[in-house]
Design a binder for this molecule. Structure first.
Ligand code: P1T
Length: 383
């Protein structure tokens, strides 16, 4: 079955009791048993819920993995994946990573005796240097948030496997429509469902997908034991989102390409970070690893001024100033002050995340209106 058909149908047979074509929102905390231990597959909704089952099956199909495990947020999913490890274990993570991921690793799990090393994975040799005999996981986010570096999943995952470590890919920015890490050798894919998979800025959710039955069992056990599960309404909303993922992503990519080229040619703009631009350092890798370049663009102003960057962020009219990404509407944000504020300034600057950086989540509006809005805001910011 091809991607668009899976997006619409996988995991969602008509409801057996009524024929409802949309998977119902099973808003029930418990399920009646005919005798102790005798039930129809569901006991208690933390352990399992039919709406969640449908979403888990849908996501597993989209990522070409056998098992999907859903959580109440992207960070909830990551938390579960890190719980596969134990005190004394070491994780190598890419340096440019979502601020919340950095915070979870350095402020929560480091306190439980796990060690994290951040490396510039655009250079696979840096991963090799960072691996130690205690490394049990290699954490790859690609394209990275917010600098849009593209990391070689096949190469880094192979290296992780050679060293006996799990290769985990945060596929939030690319989505399975553009990139399927499990087919490139990764062991686990994680998602913030809040973004493109939900797609409409109306839900928070997360997921892990794997083809490894033992890991899936352990993740399901963590999901049940820790309890960061999504509610049935949230699962329904994400299921509704994934039905149009392929259609939305095509437009996100088209619009982002147009926006990136517009910014690159603009005299008031400095560096533009977008894997689809031929001048992007990993453009060739992106073209090979992904089937499109995604909807995220980041850039610096020509004078790299924090003050002007902040002025730009409040001058747009179609782009709304807000955290998050991946919804149908375009968003602008300032990573150093907003999404990546939990990373200390010296750490951010050590890998190139400057205070003047602006990040765009390019939506599916008409591209003419988007570039006009950006052009106007660039002039306003320079008054
Ligand atoms: O917000 P939550 O659903 O918990 O997902 C966290 C998360 C995980 N991975 C990536 C790559 C992310 O970008 C995020 C969340 N990011 C934002 C809110 C943001 O604006 O970048």
């Amino acid at each position: 079955m091809k991607f668009g058909t899976k997006a619409v149908h996988a995991g969602q047979a008509p409801d057996p009791s009524t024929g409802a074509i949309m998977t119902p929102i099973y808003q029930s905390s418990t399920f009646v048993q005919s005798a102790p231990g005798k039930h129809q597959g569901y006991e208690y909704a933390r352990t399992g819920n039919p709406t969640r089952t449908a979403l888990e099956a849908n996501l597993a199909a989209l990522e070409s993995g056998g098992h999907g495990i859903c959580f109440s947020s992207g960070l909830g999913a990551m938390d579960a994946v890190i719980r596969l490890l134990k005190a004394g274990d070491h994780v190598v993570c890419c340096d440019d990573v979502y601020g919340g991921t950095y915070r979870l690793f350095t402020q929560v799990f480091a306190r439980f005796g796990m060690e994290f090393t951040f490396a510039d994975m655009a250079d696979p040799a840096a991963v090799e240097r960072a691996v130690t005999p205690r490394t049990r996981m290699v954490w790859i986010e690609t394209p990275t948030n917010p600098l849009l570096k593209v990391l070689d999943i096949r190469r880094i995952a192979a290296l992780a496997r050679e060293r006996g470590a799990l290769a985990v890919v945060d596929n939030t920015f690319a989505t399975p429509y553009l990139q399927q890490p499990l087919n490139l050798g990764a062991t686990i894919v994680v998602h913030s469902l809040t973004k493109y998979l939900g797609g409409h800025s109306d839900v928070i959710g997360g997921a892990a997908v794997t083809d490894d039955g033992d890991l899936a069992k352990r993740l399901h056990a963590i999901q049940n034991a820790v309890g960061a599960v999504p509610g049935p309404m949230d699962c329904f909303l994400v299921l509704r989102g994934t039905k149009t993922l392929h259609v939305r992503m095509a437009r996100h990519c088209e619009n982002a390409g147009r926006v990136a080229r517009f910014l690159e040619d603009h005299p008031r703009v400095g560096r533009v970070h977008y894997p689809g631009l031929p001048g992007h350092p990993q453009h060739a890798l992106a073209a090979e690893q992904m089937t499109g370049f995604g909807g995220m663009v980041s850039f610096e102003l020509a004078d790299d001024s924090l003050q002007r960057a902040a002025a730009f962020c409040t001058a747009t009219r179609v782009f709304s100033l807000a955290e998050s990404l991946g919804g149908v509407e375009s968003l602008v944000e300032h990573p150093a002050i907003m999404t990546h504020a939990s990373i200390p300034k010296d750490v951010r600057e050590s890998y190139g995340l400057r205070d003047g950086l602006i990040r765009l989540s390019v939506g599916i509006e008409d591209a003419d209106d988007l570039v006009e809005d950006l052009g106007r805001a660039l002039e306003t910011a320079h008054r």
